[in-house]
Design a binder for this molecule. Structure first.
Ligand code: ATP
Length: 598
């Protein structure tokens, strides 16, 4: 339960909706209890006067008596209808306030979780599965909404109704009240347990359903692999097995559901029979009137749903508490990469220095950068080369402060980047990642992501510089062509170049290209490098690559191995070292490596 306290701030924010909702609930209940009271009065009126009326002979007096009776009955009928309408109207207002409040809280909570996710650092996303992150923002928030809306609504209604009705019952006859109410706690308890069973079964069905969905999704995405390996039958069998498990669970839930309603009807029936039996004895004994008995039968019926909802509300709260606990777990995680209180903004010129930097990935213990020193002057172009896993991408991640090193300092123009505002730092660096990511949006908007205020002309220029303009103009809708599942399917090279255009349009002082030309052919690569040459004139650039671009006059080339610089210098310096670089160069020259850019 204590996990739900985290929601109190939202109740406070919506206090007027909550107060009004509770008030409307109380008013609706007051109007609803007029019905049994009036029914009692009608019954008593009839039972007291009917014998007298029957004894009258057919005289005008009997006619007048009947007319009076009819008027009184009509009056009660209209009054009951009026009170029912009023009660219904306030019930409507109650839902309009409490359920609306729950939707507002759901909206705020979703945004809070989403915004918190945005603050968290990469390590968090590495450690949690995407499905888990998504289910906390969707399913868990929905379960919490059941607590802040329906559970509060049913609980308050139940509480008010029980207080008012039990008070009215006790006024009539305490003993009959006791007998009448005795089966109801059993009803609440049964509902609670049955609800738990139903919930457990529903959860299992839900998990099986998402399993079926992911099997289907995976086989549609991998349909080419399935067909080329002639695995259609195996894939269908796999799906059938998952469907079979789902069917078994669904049937089992249907059986429990089928038992649920008759059990309820039995309990309600028992309560009514008990009321009539004990009440009848009390009427004969002269302790209560026939009207009281009728009134009690209505009370019992009115109390059924509230008692029924006790069990329902209890399991709703239990589920919401478990969900809120999962949400709180994430909300309580503090981002480790964040602005220091004294963080400043600076206009970066492009000088980079790494001083004795050591970085170990926290969750794997792999030391990717080891006692690393590097200096890049503003405007220099540096190539970073090295075997796979040598730490090249990690170096890029450290420069944009996706991670903080455990030892040493990363500095830009002499400022330790830990003390620069993150938005200021990242706003002045363009990073083109190795694994390209494009959004399901138009080509233009994907490029504009680097500068949302960019004009179409700027988008076109960036696309030209990244040598992808011709490809884009070849699409049916040019720059407005949609990318993604329902849009055009881009080649790996086209994606890489759009991603480069996105980085260029940002017009930063520092650019980091992380092996982002791996999927383009040698001719296009030459063209891009030619364009970049002019673009990068006064900018600092780090180009991480597996290949040697001998066309590009780098100020410095560094070769990494196991997180350390093992070779450093210009192209000619490195060739004379006869190390990894010259070996790679020789391999490329001899044409062993087809991707060589000569
Ligand atoms: N997110 C991560 N979590 C844990 N370990 C990682 C992570 N990313 C990389 N590593 C490890 O750190 C080391 C350096 O990886 P890095 O990606 O920096 O190499 P790289 O030189 O860029 O390789 P490649 O050329 O294949 O991209 C590797 O041993 C890798 O397994």
């Amino acid at each position: 339960m204590k996990h739900l306290f985290a929601l109190n701030k939202y109740f406070l924010k919506n206090k007027w909706r909550l107060i009004l909702g509770l008030l409307f609930t109380a008013i609706s209940i007051v109007f609803s209890v007029f019905q049994p009271i009036m029914v009692r009065q009608i019954f008593d009126l009839l039972s007291h006067n009917i014998d007298e009326y029957r004894l009258l002979s057919d005289t005008p007096l009997k006619g007048a008596f009947r007319a009076d009776f009819t008027h009184v009955l009509a009056f009660y009928g209209v009054s009951i209808l009026l009170f029912a309408l009023l009660s219904g109207f306030f019930l409507f207002l109650q839902r309009q306030t409490l359920i609306v409040m729950s939707r507002h809280i759901e909206y705020d909570l979703k945004n809070e979780v989403y915004q918190h996710y945005q603050q968290l650092d990469l390590n968090f996303f590495k450690m949690h599965r995407t499905g888990d992150l998504m289910s906390r923002i969707t399913e868990d928030v929905s379960r919490v909404r059941m607590y802040v809306g329906p559970a509060i609504m049913y609980a308050s209604r139940t509480l008010f109704l029980i207080v008012v009705i039990v008070y009215l019952m006790l006024q009539v006859n305490p003993l009959l009240t006791l007998y009448t109410l005795s089966p109801l706690p059993l009803l609440a308890l049964t509902i609670y347990f049955v609800n738990r069973i139903i919930h457990r079964k529903s959860e299992r069905i839900q998990a099986q359903l998402s399993n079926i969905t992911s099997i289907a999704q995976e086989s549609y995405s991998g349909i080419r692999v399935i067909k080329s390996y002639v695995q259609e039958d195996a894939s269908a069998k796999h799906f059938e097995e998952a469907s079979e498990a789902y069917k078994i669970s669904s049937v089992s839930l249907a059986k429990t559901d089928a038992l649920f309603q008759p059990t309820m009807a039995l309990m309600i029936g028992l309560s009514v029979i008990l009321t009539i039996f004990i009440g009848g004895i009390q009427v004969i004994a002269g302790n209560i009137t026939v009207g009281n008995l009728a009134e009690f039968v209505i009370y019992v019926n009115m109390l059924m749903f509230p008692f029924f909802s006790i069990g329902m509300v209890a399991s709703m709260i239990q589920r919401a508490a478990a969900s809120q606990q999962r949400i709180n777990e994430f909300l309580q995680i503090e981002p480790t990469i964040r602005d220091e209180p004294t963080a400043k903004t600076v206009d970066i010129q492009g000088g980079i220095r790494l001083q004795n930097v050591t970085f170990t990935y926290p969750h794997t213990g792999i030391t990717a950068i080891n006692n690393f020193n590097l200096h890049i002057a503003p405007g220099q172009k540096v190539a970073v080369i090295g075997r796979t896993g040598s730490g090249k991408s990690t170096l890029a991640q450290l420069l944009i402060r996706m991670y903080d090193p455990q030892e040493g300092k990363v500095m830009l123009d002499g400022h330790d980047i830990r003390y620069l505002q993150l938005a200021n730092l990242r706003g002045q660096i363009s990073y083109v990642p190795q694994d390209v990511f494009l959004f399901s949006d138009s080509v233009a908007n994907n490029i504009r992501f680097g500068d949302p205020s960019a004009s179409l002309q700027m988008v076109q220029t960036a696309a030209r510089q990244a040598s992808v303009e011709k490809d884009i103009l070849g699409f049916s809708e040019g720059f407005d062509t949609e990318i993604g599942e329902r849009g055009v399917t881009l080649s790996g090279g086209q994606k890489q170049r759009i991603s480069i255009a996105r980085a260029l349009i940002k017009n930063p002082d520092i650019l980091i290209f992380d092996d982002c030309l791996s999927a383009v052919d040698a001719r296009t690569e030459k063209e891009i490098i030619g364009n970049l040459y002019a673009y990068l004139k006064n900018k600092t650039a780090i180009i991480i690559t597996h290949r040697i671009f001998s066309l590009f006059a780098f100020d410095k080339i560094i070769v990494l191995d196991e997180g350390k610089i093992v070779e450093e210098g210009t192209h000619d310096d490195l060739l004379s070292l006869n190390g990894y670089y010259s070996e790679l160069y020789a391999r490329q020259q001899s044409g062993e490596d087809e991707s060589v850019t000569k």
